[in-house]
Design a protein around this ligand. Structure first.
Ligand SMILES: [Zn+2]
Ligand SMILES: [Zn+2]
Length: 149
């Protein structure tokens, strides 16, 4: 099934055809600053993401110490996706952007020791990394891309 969403003002529309490779949370300080709490995200190859409209980009040093690029609507400021330099080509779409189409069920969390004290560990989590565990994890998933539904 295909998923689709848009920014608040409608200038940017996006869609992706396949289920996300991975649903995860990141509890790093940078995510807390940008999202107000941990990010709830859907990871997928950037080329599977169809975007309509002009996005702006802002780059910061992410929790891993590498660049993190944020792509957002230049009119309303809503984030469309972010992309870690570390994993060149993997886009993180916010789970809330398609919450009406896909129930967020994270199986992995990053920087678990930095999870806010008020937030319970999600029961669906299979792997908790005390740091940025994504490189090995996502590379493993990429090798299994063909097995996705
Ligand atoms: Zn907008
Ligand atoms: Zn983070």
């Amino acid at each position: 099934m295909a998923y689709s969403g848009a920014c608040s003002c409608g200038a940017i529309k996006f869609s992706f055809e396949y289920d996300p490779m991975l649903q995860f949370q990141c509890h790093c300080n940078n995510c807390h600053r940008v999202f107000g709490s941990s990010i709830n995200a859907l990871a997928m190859p950037e080329h599977e993401l169809e975007i309509e409209g002009d996005m702006a980009v802002h780059t910061v040093i992410g929790g891993s110490g590498n660049d993190m690029h944020y792509y957002f609507c230049s009119k309303c400021g809503v984030l469309i996706y972010n992309k870690p330099e570390l994993l060149g080509g993997i886009a993180y779409v916010l789970a809330g952007a398609v919450a009406d189409q896909l129930e967020f069920t994270p199986t992995m969390e990053l920087w678990s020791s930095n999870r806010p004290s008020w937030m319970a560990k999600a029961p669906s989590i299979i792997e908790s990394f005390n740091d940025n565990g994504t490189v090995e994890r996502i590379e493993g998933l990429l090798e299994n891309l063909d097995q996705r539904q």
